[in-house]
Ligand binder design. Structure first.
Ligand SMILES: Nc1ncnc2c1ncn2[C@@H]1O[C@H](COP(=O)(O)OP(=O)(O)OP(=O)(O)O)[C@@H](O)[C@H]1O
Ligand SMILES: [Mg+2]
Length: 244
């Protein structure tokens, strides 16, 4: 009655937590099912061979019709298809550098296999991610039951990511925990708006290396170090934005 394919697609800019969310969703779902019967299969699309070498189509067909189908027969399965644009490339935008026929076949194979699996296995969930939704074939997107956009974090989320990061560090270097209530904290968070979660965590890493004394003893990290690193990270992102 309902044309469900058991497929969720998470799309959004790099570093916004799509892969982490997909993995988290997989383990949360696992907790609902009987754990012993549950299986998570993570697909590295790059390991399936190069479309240009004409290998991908067979690798995709074997993966879906053998590995995944066999796992689904044994119990509930979640399949993580990270960077799905490499598997289900938009056939209407194929460049002439890649071998268009082989890429075409690989995408076709994904679509055919998705249809076949959806028909025979109702205990199978695909979670796909992409930061190039425009590069994903529209026939794949159309098969997704849910397309979720994962945007850049808003100010509250930026603050939470930074606090979480500082708390984690404070487990080893206690004084770092106090920086979340420092005088410059709010201004630092303001500068983080526009960065993705990965960039925020990397900003903290770079704050720890900007002064030699701090690199030697992370307990010497100050809120000025964090503020300076946040400004630098924002400037880099701003410059990239202007390049586009
Ligand atoms: N909203 C968030 N909250 C907490 N941490 C985050 C968030 N977004 C990203 N991160 C952190 O950033 C890092 C990168 O996340 P992840 O690999 O899931 O991003 P992604 O969206 O899959 O990126 P890409 O598109 O480049 O593959 C992880 O260490 C993750 O913990
Ligand atoms: Mg990812």
């Amino acid at each position: 009655m309902l044309p469900l394919h058991g497929t969720i697609l998470l799309v959004g800019p790099p570093g916004t937590g799509k892969t982490s969310l997909a993995k988290g969703l997989a383990s949360e779902t696992a907790a609902v099912f009987n754990k012993s019967g549950f299986r998570l299969i993570e697909i590295d699309p790059h390991a399936l061979g190069s479309a240009m070498m004409g290998k991908t189509q067979k690798a995709v067909s074997d993966l879906f019709s053998q590995t995944i189908a066999e796992a689904a027969m044994a119990g509930p399965v979640i399949v993580l298809l990270d960077e799905v644009e490499t598997l289900a490339a938009d056939r209407s935008k194929l460049s002439l550098q890649a071998n268009p026929i082989d890429v075409h076949r690989a995408t076709d194979a994904v679509l055919v296999q998705l249809d076949a699996l959806a028909e025979t296995h109702n205990n199978l969930l695909f979670i796909a991610t992409s930061n190039f939704p425009q590069a994903v074939d529209s026939a794949f997107t159309s098969r997704c039951d849910l397309v979720l956009e994962i945007p850049l974090p808003n100010r509250v989320a930026c603050e939470q990511i930074l606090v979480d990061c500082l708390k984690g560090l404070a487990q080893t270097y206690k004084p770092i925990g106090d920086l979340a209530t420092g005088a410059k904290f709010a201004a630092t968070v303001d500068d983080l708006v526009g960065l993705d979660g990965r960039a925020i965590r990397k900003m903290v890493a770079s704050a720890l290396t900007m002064r030699k004394e701090v690199a030697v003893d992370p307990m010497l990290l100050t809120d000025s170090d964090l503020a300076a690193a946040a400004k630098a990270a924002k400037a880099v992102r701003g410059a990239k934005g202007e390049e586009r």
